[in-house]
Design a protein around this ligand. Structure first.
Ligand code: ATP
Ligand code: ZN
Length: 297
């Protein structure tokens, strides 16, 4: 194993893969995949990609088999709570990546009255996340038994494996189809970048630093917009106040229009239609909202 390249573990296929590959592509990395589809290599930075099941990622990074990984916080935190201490210390979360957002939720048969967490007292709960579930139940003073299942948790009540479940929910349609209702959020998750314990070798550290600059740039530019508009001079302060996450906009004179200025600003947050309507109400005209492809502070 070369220690001059960084080894990055990604989910081979599933709900994290598309977001992870998309992020790498936006970072300017083209990954050529080996025929067996277990391994890939970035052309532009010394980064090798290992394609594995998401559940294996925290362990591979704890053990230093991989230097970095992209995994759901739910899987990472479940692993952290449930596994024995790694010899060199555990992997650590570097940053949130803003995709694969989901929630781990307690869900009960619709026939249960109300949504109170106390209803789970003494019940049996099926889940793939026993440690996260138990930590939540402990925090609210509810004691319940846990039936660990590796998948298809939502069928557990019908099969009488358990009375309720604790599972990943995004739209709630799966729960609905199984006669269940979500009641409490146990854990909120998104994809994160994790790194192994210990120092990186110099070439690895250099590759890691460039990757970090690029990932930060991609994330910062994801919601960012370049906003241009014309505004009556008298409304400039009120208009700048409305621009979300914009610091020090540029104010330009317009030729032959002493009462009107052009305002250009980078907005760090989403610009909604409702914001544009408010800008218009303050007298703004010729409003343009343009995407930003790359940003580097
Ligand atoms: P593998 O075969 O790699 O073990 P899996 O079936 O365990 O895959 P996926 O369903 O692909 O996993 O989910 C991977 C991760 O994506 C989850 O751990 C969670 O962080 C996130 N995730 C799960 N469900 C959703 C969802 N409905 N919407 C968004 N993100 C989700
Ligand atoms: Zn999995």
């Amino acid at each position: 194993m070369s220690d001059s390249r960084l080894r990055l573990a990604l989910q081979k296929s599933g709900r994290l893969s598309e977001g992870a590959f998309d992020l790498l592509a936006k970072c300017g990395l083209t990954i050529s995949r080996a025929k067996d589809n277990l391994y890939g290599r970035a052309r532009e930075l010394p980064i090798d990609v290992l394609l594995v099941r998401d559940d294996d990622i925290p362990g591979l990074v704890d053990d230093g088999v991989c230097d970095l990984g992209i995994v759901g916080e739910n899987v990472f935190e479940e692993h952290r709570l449930s596994s024995a201490a790694a010899p060199n210390g555990p992997a650590s979360a570097v940053m949130k990546l803003g995709f694969a957002r989901c929630r781990l939720m307690l869900a009960a048969p619709k026939a249960w009255a109300g949504d109170d967490v106390a209803a789970y007292e003494g019940k049996r709960i099926a889940t793939s996340y026993p440690a996260l579930t138990k930590a939540f139940l402990d925090s609210v003073g509810v004691s319940a038994s846990i039936a660990e299942m590796s998948g298809s948790v939502e069928i557990a009540p019908k099969l009488r494996i358990a009375e309720a479940i604790c599972d990943i929910v995004s739209t709630g349609a799966t729960l609905e189809a199984h006669g269940l209702k979500p009641t409490q959020t146990v854990f909120t998750s998104e994809a994160i970048l994790v790194r192994r314990p210990g120092e990186f070798a110099p070439e690895q550290a250099a590759a890691f630093n460039s990757l970090m600059v690029r990932v930060n740039g991609v994330i910062a530019s994801r919601d960012a917009k370049y906003v241009m508009l014309n505004a009556p001079r008298s409304a400039v302060d009120a208009i700048i106040e409305l621009l979300p996450g914009a610091d020090s906009p540029t104010i330009l004179e317009l030729a032959g229009r002493p009462d009107v200025v052009a305002i250009h600003a980078v907005c760090g947050e989403q610009v909604f239609w409702s914001t544009l309507e408010k800008l218009k109400a303050l007298g703004a005209t010729a409003i343009l909202v343009a995407p930003i492809e790359k940003m580097m502070p």
